[in-house]
Design a protein around this ligand. Sequence first.
Ligand SMILES: C[S@@+](CC[C@H](N)C(=O)[O-])C[C@H]1O[C@@H](n2cnc3c(N)ncnc32)[C@H](O)[C@@H]1O
Length: 287
Amino acid sequence: MSNLTPADVDAVCDLVDNLCGICWDSSKAYLIESRLTNIFKRSGCANYVDFAQRVKANMLPALKSEVIDAVTTHETLWFRDNSPFEALKHKIFPELIDAKANSAFPKRFRIWSAACSTGQEPYSIAMTLADLVPDVHRWDVQIVGTDISPASVETASRGLYSEMEMGRGMDPQRLNKYFTKQGAQWKVRDEIRAMCSFSTRNLHDPYAGLGPFDVIFCRNVVIYFTAEDRKNIFNRMAQILQPNGWILVGSSESLGDMGPRWAPQFHCRANCYRPTMAGAPMAAIAR
Ligand SMILES: C[S@@+](CC[C@H](N)C(=O)[O-])C[C@H]1O[C@@H](n2cnc3c(N)ncnc32)[C@H](O)[C@@H]1O
């Protein structure tokens, strides 16, 4: 039986929206209890209304990151859903490699894993490219992994995973090729690690300084946002994607309701799209 008052629930839902843009409503009271009780108890606050106000006003800075880590869902695995990585290998990377062949930077690739969680997604992208291009360490590749959760970004940066984490989607061949054993854990090899960088970033904040990207992975995160925020995020992503770039969304996600701005592409059953100029703001067309 929950001890939370409706005012407590409202205050926490408002806090979660304020910090992460994630929609919680009264049906999520159980999440407040399961995810925030320990942090709340340590805060010394009298009730959740007080707690929410103080975290929002940054009066409990040490707890703020903990709240963000606790209210976000970090589920991820290696080569999640497989199809996006098949599309990368068989269509997207070969096509980009050809398209760049006569450009000023034929070996430059910029890829954004937006909401990268603990790093399995960006490292899987790096391994897919390394499978395809044996001398990839001589290429200019930047795979940018960002996430709002400081703890997840720290794990991703460390590149060190437990046996159990490796058991979720990593095949023996790539395990031997791209990891070294470190005690009971597995460390991503330097040549893969060198392609990836990680930082904390809220997807609702401006994307200044990011991009342009050839490929954006934005999977299994906007499902937590409002339709309006979702639209806003994809519109802004279109502005930092190369005109011949690609965006990949989660297996249960679609940009079908976003108008003509995104053209669906059909490769390897992956949910991928390319930007079009239809519906683009005039500034983007002039770019
Ligand atoms: C379910 S995981 C998805 C990870 C990966 N993209 C995948 O598909 O396996 C969702 C991630 O989104 C992050 N997240 C939630 N809200 C966010 C926001 N406003 N800005 C950036 N990242 C956010 C969470 O911290 C979490 O790591």
